[in-house]
Design a protein around this ligand. Structure first.
Ligand code: SF4
Length: 394
């Protein structure tokens, strides 16, 4: 095995800039510059169970891989499942606390714990497979087998900063790579993915994210060996290699575009991006997009901007007046349409709170399920004050 020195940059004397380009900020900027701008305004964050599950798996893998196991015999078995459960339980609890401290969160789903257990086990099996230990149950993994994994992990949750201070990324795992004859051939940057695996090849966004990690590590380590980047999808235990030329120059060019301005960046409304955007209550452009026919209307779930006509707080029944845009700045006018809605869980609590605080302004309704003439707002929905942001509040 080669001894490896990895530089994570920057050395003393280099300044990390106030804003840096990371794969997630780059993606957000590419999807919609306004989305990126809004994400940097300190607005109330949103979380959900997939984030809890993903973070629990990532943090558990990190801890297990970092642990120096000194109290086991080389051939001892039955220790890894216990260690995995203890570590996972610790992180599950931490994530639960973060979940409830995040202002916008749905109902806690304890049964997602099983997904976290399954994801962690699968990640451990993928690490075993990387060192050619196959068809061994976690309970039969000996310390000697684990040492094979440990010696191949060059780094685990490493934060990289480019020496110019403009680029940053946090990689999950850096592993030794081997050729078909088993000879050490370089490094593999591994990003653990707990979401939906690709059907065939990586999406352009994920591919670019993995190349970003690969190329940033190359930039900081000019004497690097051959290097590849892979996405490891725990749900079906598939590995997808990122392909393509260096993205460093494009990343550096993008960095110059993301410096925050007082006025919002351009909005580029698009059905998929707006559908998953968590900042709609602060963005007038999607509502204008619907009115102008740029975004599709209809579907089983809908987003609305409304005023409250009537609310039975006890029963969770509300009557809303539907509003439409009046100009480009988030001002509204009455559409003349009304609809009734059944509210439970998070949106019901949110509306009760707003009413008890005396809020009388327009409301953003996220993800109402359409059922004939009425709407259902449950755990998947939210109600927030309509608050289009026209200048920075940072
Ligand atoms: S709602 Fe759509 S247009 Fe507005 S910031 Fe989000 S993605 Fe961009």
């Amino acid at each position: 095995m080669h001894t490896v020195e990895i530089d994570w940059g920057p050395p003393d004397g280099y300044e990390i800039l106030e804003y840096q380009l990371s794969p997630s900020s780059w993606n957000r900027y590419e999807e919609c510059p306004r989305k990126y701008w809004l994400s940097r305004q300190g607005l109330p964050r949103k979380t959900g169970m997939p984030i809890v599950v993903g973070n629990t798996i990532h943090n558990s893998v990190e801890d297990i891989c970092n642990l120096e196991i000194i109290d086991k015999g080389d051939d001892e078995k039955n220790w890894l499942p216990k260690l995995a459960k203890k570590t996972l339980d610790h992180h599950w609890k931490l994530q639960k606390d973060i979940f409830f401290n995040t202002p916008r969160h749905p109902k806690w789903k304890q049964n997602s714990y099983n997904k976290a257990v399954e994801g962690l086990n699968k990640a451990l099996y993928m690490l075993l497979r990387h060192v050619k230990i196959d068809n061994v149950k976690l309970s039969n993994v000996t310390l000697n087998m684990w040492k094979k994994i440990k010696i191949n992990i060059l780094a685990n949750e490493g934060t990289m900063n480019s020496k110019c201070g403009k680029l940053m990324g946090r990689l999950d795992l850096l592993l030794r790579d081997f050729d078909d004859e088993g000879n050490e051939s370089g490094w593999i940057v591994v990003d653990l993915k707990t979401g939906k695996p690709p059907k065939e090849k990586l999406s352009d966004t994920i591919n670019r994210q993995l190349l970003f990690y690969r190329d940033l590590l190359k930039l900081i380590n000019p004497d690097h060996p051959p290097m590849r980047a892979e996405g490891w999808y725990t749900s079906n235990q598939t590995i997808h290699e990122a392909t393509g030329p260096s993205v460093t120059d494009t990343a550096l060019a993008t960095h110059s575009l993301i410096e925050l301005t007082n006025t919002p960046f351009q909005a580029t409304p698009e059905d998929f991006t707006c559908g998953f955007c968590e900042w709609k209550a602060w963005c007038p452009s999607w509502l204008i997009g619907i009115e102008d026919g740029v975004l599709k209307k209809g579907g089983r779930f809908t987003n609305e901007v409304v005023t409250l006509a009537n609310f039975d707080s006890e029963e969770g029944l509300a009557l809303f007046k539907k509003m439409i845009p009046d100009g480009q700045n988030g001002n509204l006018k009455d559409s003349g349409e009304k609809f009734g809605a059944f509210l439970t869980n998070q949106p019901l609590d949110q509306l009760r709170t707003l009413c008890s605080e005396g809020y009388e302004g327009a409301l953003f309704i996220g993800s109402a399920r359409i059922d004939g003439e009425t709407r259902h707002l449950g755990d998947w929905s939210e109600i927030l004050p309509w608050n289009p942001l026209l200048e920075s509040i940072r």
